[in-house]
Design a protein around this ligand. Structure first.
Ligand SMILES: NC(=O)c1ccc[n+]([C@@H]2O[C@H](COP(=O)([O-])OP(=O)(O)OC[C@H]3O[C@@H](n4cnc5c(N)ncnc54)[C@H](OP(=O)(O)O)[C@@H]3O)[C@@H](O)[C@H]2O)c1
Length: 252
């Protein structure tokens, strides 16, 4: 028996990075997973790795019609959810206030905040009592890193929604927690470097901000997500779990 045997999960943004690693971990623990992402090919590749316990639903979380189509697809299977890992997200590296555009603001808030809010809202009718919702924050939300105002503000918003939803959903026994990765070596993080030649140096520089002196492997974040998704964390709700190599706790 795996830790998630008999459970059904939705993981948004599972074609890459942390979401993909979490999907692998969940399937290895016996879950059936619905996985999403905008790029169908990357998503199909991820599902090929995962095997027949995974169902790909191409989806853009910043688009409400797409979110509704996702839940219509799940409803068509008469499936109910035990776990929602609202992971899809990202941002731009260099968005200082003076050059910030409304388009960039809307794109990042649209994906990270609006996408998370309406994914979780639309999931509510098919969530089993006792389900677990895991959101994704960022250690950057605890810091004042120049150029990261919009991204870190989206993650601060997500963390706060997690606290409030934990209160709102507690009567159903639904737990809501936020996993807070530090620098994690994913295609998304590397993409912020500007070009592939600079990616190692960029990741290395961020790694230097952690007491452990390295970036996380996505599988290490997935382990923490599994903990929050499973009954191992049955008395934990409204919390944020830092998986950041000590970045925020040791160097606040
Ligand atoms: N890596 C880090 O250092 C780090 C640190 C703290 C927090 N995080 C957070 O962790 C989460 C995962 O990031 P990652 O590093 O794994 O990045 P990643 O490698 O770029 O993966 C992001 C995933 O989200 C999907 N996605 C992005 N925008 C989407 C949208 N509008 N609709 C649907 N899917 C979307 C992507 O697929 P498509 O491109 O195909 O849509 C991809 O599957 C994000 O919320 C990120 O902010 C990452």
């Amino acid at each position: 028996m795996g830790q998630l045997t008999g459970r059904t999960a939705l993981i948004t943004g599972a074609s890459s990075g942390i979401g993909r690693a979490a999907a692998q971990r969940f399937v290895a623990e016996g879950a059936r997973v619905y996985v999403t992402g905008r790029r169908s090919e990357a998503l199909e590749e991820s599902v090929r790795e995962l095997g027949d316990q995974a169902i790909a639903v191409p989806n853009d979380v910043s688009d409400l019609d797409d979110i509704d189509a996702l839940f219509a697809r799940i409803a068509a299977d008469a499936a109910r959810l035990d776990i929602v890992f609202a992971n899809a997200g990202g941002g731009d590296a260099d968005q200082p206030l003076h050059s910030l555009t409304p388009e960039a603001f809307d794109r990042t808030f649209g994906t990270n905040v609006r996408g998370t809010v309406f994914t979780v809202q639309r999931a509510l009718p098919i969530l089993n009592d006792g389900a677990s919702i895991v959101l994704v924050g960022s250690s950057s939300a605890r810091r004042g890193t120049a150029g990261f105002g919009v991204y870190s503000a989206t993650k601060a918003a997500v963390r706060q929604f997690g606290r409030v939803w934990a209160a709102e959903l507690a009567p159903r026994g639904v737990r809501v927690n936020t996993v807070v990765p530090g620098p994690t070596d994913t295609p998304g993080l590397r993409g912020l470097a500007g070009n592939p030649e600079q990616a190692d140096e960029f990741v290395g520089r961020l790694a230097g901000s952690t007491p452990l002196g390295r970036a996380a492997d996505p599988a290490e974040i997935a382990d923490a997500v599994l903990f929050l998704a499973s009954s191992q964390s049955s008395f934990i709700t409204g919390s944020e779990l830092f998986v950041d190599g000590g970045e925020v706790q040791v160097y606040p």
